[in-house]
Design a protein around this ligand. Structure first.
Ligand code: NAP
Length: 279
């Protein structure tokens, strides 16, 4: 089968590689993308196309793996380009956004599948899982049969795969936002070293591990985690649960997202200064 990937980022290229491993021809669109994306596409053995129009005339299915805040725009681009095949959105979006995308693509004659990815970009089996839901989910699972990305088809229709992803990320990425804010407060109040001392006392190794994570996420991922926290906040709201944790988490990541444009990773102090800065 011929499949498109929008776009081959760190995760998108790993998803695409699994489809290549499974015997499919996988295509990407180079227009507007960076050298890093080109490099990943070439390494994964993807075929280059230069426009959305070219892609929709080439492939039977498209998989969207992009920053969550861009998921609706990517779906709209695909519709505007005249696509008529199967569209799998595998982004970290709220069930409400998955339904919004379904409402964008279905009237155009596109078959929509909801997806959500849990884990790091996989190089080995049984490490990373693509949840799939919706009527055509079992068929989509076959696109990834050779791995290393694993698939799990679940009941519940459109929104179930996204809901699973939202609840998982609420812990991992939400917890990192909480720690970033907490360290920002402790730093501002001049007590971070004492808090760290007690963390080390009660949970050996915790401060070093979490300081590394806070710095790394600030530089590499915060720019796209703000949108993901907004999606989680919407998920919480729709479930009738207070969502202030996640609107605040979005603000924390929003304040540090620009750090990816720096030359390299910042010190912890530089990150914490950005978190507490009056905006
Ligand atoms: N990385 C992970 O560990 C992980 C884990 C689980 C789920 N996911 C999910 O996978 C998705 C993407 O993650 P990733 O790791 O592939 O991110 P990434 O490495 O940052 O790559 C993002 C890709 O999307 C492109 N992109 C950037 N801005 C865009 C926009 N406005 N519209 C369309 N495309 C855009 C980028 O292209 P250029 O940079 O060339 O512009 C790049 O090819 C997210 O929904 C995320 O939640 C990732």
């Amino acid at each position: 089968m011929k499949v498109g990937i929008l776009n081959p980022g760190m995760m998108g290229s790993a998803v695409a590689k699994t489809m290549v491993n499974s015997g499919h021809d996988v295509y990407w669109i180079s227009a507007g993308r960076s050298d890093a994306t080109r490099q990943r596409a070439e390494t994964a053995g993807l075929h280059e196309l230069t426009s959305g129009a070219e892609m929709v005339n080439t492939v039977e299915a498209i998989v969207s793996v992009c920053p969550p805040h861009a998921a609706v725009d990517v779906a709209e681009m695909v519709v505007e380009a005249g696509f008529k095949g199967t569209y799998l959105d595998a982004n970290a979006i709220a069930p409400r956004t998955a339904h919004q995308i379904k409402d964008v693509v279905t009237p155009a004659g596109i078959d929509f599948i909801d997806g959500g990815i849990i884990g790091m970009p996989p190089t080995e089996p049984n490490t990373t899982f693509l949840y799939l839901s919706g009527q055509s989910a079992p068929a989509a699972a076959d696109w990834f049969s050779a791995g290393p990305l694993e698939t799990k088809v679940i009941e519940g229709g459109i929104g179930a795969a996204s809901a699973t992803k939202m609840c998982f990320a609420a812990n991992s990425k939400g917890y990192n936002a909480l720690l970033t804010a907490l360290m920002g407060v402790a730093h501002e109040l001049g007590v971070l070293e004492h808090v760290e001392e007690m963390w080390e006392h009660y949970y050996s190794g915790f401060p070093a591990q979490k300081k590394r994570a806070v710095k790394s996420v600030a530089y590499n991922k915060a720019w796209r985690f703000a949108g993901e926290m907004d999606e989680i906040a919407n998920t919480w709201e729709d479930a009738g649960v207070p969502n202030g944790f996640y609107t605040a988490a979005a603000e924390v990541y929003g304040r540090i997202g620009h750090l990816r444009e720096s030359e390299g990773e910042q010190t912890l102090e530089e990150v914490l200064n950005e978190v507490k800065k009056n905006q």
